[in-house]
Design a protein around this ligand. Sequence first.
Ligand SMILES: Cc1cc2nc3c(=O)[nH]c(=O)nc-3n(C[C@H](O)[C@H](O)[C@H](O)COP(=O)(O)OP(=O)(O)OC[C@H]3O[C@@H](n4cnc5c(N)ncnc54)[C@H](O)[C@@H]3O)c2cc1C
Length: 582
Amino acid sequence: IKYPKDFAPNLLSEDYAINFDFIIVGAGSAGSIVAARLSEICEWNILLLEAGGDPPESSEIPLKWSLALNTEYDWKFLTEKEDNLFKGLDGEVCHIPRGRMLGGSSSLNVMLHIRGTKFDFDKWETMGCTGWDFNSVLPYFIKSENFTDTTRFDPTFHGKCGPLTVSPFESPDPAIQTISQAAELMGLTNVKDLNKIDRTVGYAMSDSTTRNGMRCSTLKAFLIPNSGRPNLFVAKYIRVTKILIENKKAIGVEFVTKTGEFKTVKCTKEVILCAGVVMSSQILMFSGIGPADHLKEMCIDVVTDLPVGHNFQDHIAFFGLVLSDRKDRPISKIAEESTKLRKDTFDLISKGISTMGLTGLISFVDTKRASGNPDIEIMKIRYSYNTTKTLNTFRNMFGFSDEMANVYNELNMKSDIILMIPISNLITKTGRILLRSKDPLSSPKIIANYLSDQEEIDTMVKGIEFVVEMCKKKPMTDAGYIFEEIVFPNCEANCKWGTTDYWKCAIKNVATSIFHSVGTNKMGAISDKTAVVDPFLKVIGIDCLRVIDSSTMPALVSCNTNAATMMIAEKGSDIIKKQYGK
Ligand SMILES: Cc1cc2nc3c(=O)[nH]c(=O)nc-3n(C[C@H](O)[C@H](O)[C@H](O)COP(=O)(O)OP(=O)(O)OC[C@H]3O[C@@H](n4cnc5c(N)ncnc54)[C@H](O)[C@@H]3O)c2cc1C
């Protein structure tokens, strides 16, 4: 892989004679797309600043996705403690990983490619985001895509000419067939394509952002193929600390180098923040754009009073539903079958087939059977026999405490374990990002405020109960998948497995983020006091400054967030081109 040439040495030595038209902050899911699309206009000079460098080799291989977590390639954000959550997590706080490298979180994520429903985007429109209803955003999903599965290709909702390769995930796990049969008995149908226009509920194997079995991040799809353009300059290990603003107009940015030197660079047209849900808000606040009372508390001069950092939303997943795969077999047989299944999975990779191992099956459920939009997403992950302890899986992936991880590791030493993971889509209360200190290199405070509302907890419990009922259906019991009745250290001894009290206590221990945080620079009408950017993604009240990333989502989509973020970047780039008559 030939990564983009690093412009940072020229930037630091000021050895260049270029007038930058646009400065893009962050080369993540959104930033890489915006840089590629804007640099299509050859008279525009684009400077893309990224706090990280090239991704590690392991990030290429989907099965190795988690190796970059908790390393230099991850921002490793943490939430604050919550009274009623995270008790089984390390330090009783929740991990919010984000990619810190070219490609950003698209170089770190699990690659599931699910766009969201018609309901999701039509809701954005009703929230004041004119031009962001489903019919208006669909062309941008299609524009990015090169959909490889010819058997399911339908030009009304798939694309063939885009740079982003989208391929089906495959898995040899026989449990997928069994769970599908159980799902049918629960009234779900195989929708075959989770991105089809009328999909609401149902199940299917997910599509993925992969190409020939390898990760297809926005770095790979958009940035690398265009990094030879003479008008695109990519500077690595440059961390932007604030936006330079004169008379309420953005004119450039301040940044800090790897060695701690602070410098500035200017542009003639616009600064575009694509630094993601946490850092785009932090940069705005350090620039004097944010809630006036909070900025004053931090002794930052207020340029404009906007609700930056509010509206933090995320998907919470429950990790307490664990099935064993023992079937009264001797351990030697369990080990033999597990090894074979692992081998079959690795064989797929050598054939260039996309696999995320023993996962990929996704179901969407409307437990209330009311709105028509799913309130629960269900993921399934199988962990091979006797692997999670060595790989420290539960601590690394989901931030479990050692004590909690040990409970799961013990089960994994008896057989493969299958986690059935309900993820709640219902959000009634939002969280908030605040500056922790005046130090621009500090990590902000993330007040998660997850599941702080009774309706949210009730929905999660409904999701859990749905999964329990599904896993007790005949195909599952016939196949020998049995629930492990986990005793959580913080729950009362008489809290019986399967009761509502048990689930509520289990939620306090092992409900945590499934990495979909969005919303902290909310898009809305200019008149909307809760909005930070308008429907053209312009920061309200400031000229020449936009935010184009996951932080602008007014409401979380009812699925994984990468596809919707990429769509925002495609549409945002088009909005800019149109504004300048290009
Ligand atoms: C572990 C994990 C798994 C996930 N799995 C999935 C999945 O399977 N499917 C899915 O749809 N979604 C998934 N997501 C979510 C999805 O990847 C994100 O919603 C999406 O990538 C967000 O894109 P973004 O452009 O807003 O931010 P990012 O992609 O995070 O990009 C922000 C970029 O800005 C850079 N940056 C930040 N601050 C600065 C600064 N001060 N100066 C310069 N550069 C800066 C960062 O280093 C980064 O490169 C996952 C996320 C994670 C973390």
